[in-house]
Design a protein around this ligand. Structure first.
Ligand SMILES: [Zn+2]
Length: 228
C-alpha cells in the first residue's frame, strides 16, 4: 500500500488506485455462470467493460468503432464450463472519455469532482439521484460528445455509455449478456436491461421503461427507507 495524496484536491488514497487499476492487463476469476458470454460483468468498483474478441471484431466491422483494449486472462477453475474461455479484452477506460456529464441536469446537488484523482463528493441527501427520491436521468452535455458510439463521461466512474447503434449491433449478432440501460432512467437499479433479442427492441424498451416507472419505489431521503 502506498499512501498517495492528490496534488489537486488533497484527497488521500491508500494506493494510487487509478494508476494501478486502469493501466494494465487484468486477471479475472469467474464466480457465476455456465456459458462464456460476449460481455462479462464485474460487480465491484471500478466496473470494467470486458468483452470477447468477437465483440471487438464485430464492432470494428460494423463501424461501431475500434477501441483500445487490454487482454484479460480468465483464471481457472471454470467449474461449470465445458469449453475453454474465449479471448477477452477490457476496454482501456482511460482512453474512452468522450463526453461530459451535466451534473445539474443529472440531479446532483453540490457535486465536487476532481479530474486528476477522480475523487467526488456531493450532498446526497439533497440530490434527487442519490437519495433515489425519484428517477433521475443521466444527461450529457451534447456539445462535448466526441461522436464515438461507445464512450464514457468523466463521471460516473466506470460507466460506459453507448449509442443505439451498439444495441442494434447486439441484436443483429445475437451478442450475449449485455445490459443496456437507457440514460433517461439513470442507473436503473433493478432494471433488467433492454430486451435486444427482438428487432423491435425500441418499442419494447418503451414498455419496459413504463413498467419500471410504475414499479419504482422511491427512498425517503430523511429515513433511507422505501416509501410504500
Ligand atoms: Zn484529486
Amino acid at each position: 500500500m502506498v499512501d498517495y495524496s492528490c496534488s489537486v484536491c488533497g484527497e488521500k488514497w491508500r494506493t494510487q488506485q487509478n494508476e494501478n487499476y486502469y493501466d494494465r492487463p487484468l486477471d479475472a476469476l469467474l464466480d457465476t455462470g455456465s456459458k462464456w458470454t460476449d460481455i462479462i460483468g464485474n460487480g465491484s468498483e471500478p466496473h470494467f467493460t470486458i468483452v470477447s474478441q468477437r465483440v471487438l471484431e464485430i464492432w470494428e466491422s460494423e463501424d461501431i468503432g475500434k477501441f483500445p483494449a487490454f487482454s484479460v486472462a480468465i483464471l481457472p477453475p471454470y467449474k461449470k464450463m465445458k469449453e475453454p474461455p474465449l479471448m477477452y479484452y477490457r476496454l482501456d477506460y482511460k482512453k474512452m472519455e468522450g463526453a461530459e456529464l451535466d451534473f445539474d441536469e443529472s440531479g446532483f446537488i453540490n457535486l465536487k469532482y476532481c479530474n486528476v484523482c477522480q475523487h467526488y463528493s456531493y450532498d446526497w441527501l439533497q440530490s434527487d439521484r442519490m437519495a433515489n427520491a425519484k428517477i433521475t436521468p443521466y444527461v450529457l452535455k451534447e456539445e462535448t460528445w466526441n461522436g464515438a458510439n461507445i464512450f464514457r463521461p468523466q463521471y460516473p466512474v466506470g460507466y460506459m455509455f453507448c449509442t443505439e447503434k451498439v444495441v442494434d449491433c447486439a441484436f443483429k449478432h445475437k451478442l450475449t449478456n449485455f445490459r443496456f440501460v437507457p440514460c433517461e432512467i439513470g442507473e436503473g437499479v433493478g432494471f433488467s436491461g433492454a430486451d435486444y433479442s427482438t428487432k423491435n427492441w425500441r418499442k419494447k424498451l418503451e414498455k419496459q421503461i413504463e413498467e419500471f416507472r410504475k414499479n419504482f419505489r422511491p427512498v425517503d431521503p430523511e429515513t433511507g427507507y422505501y416509501i410504500q
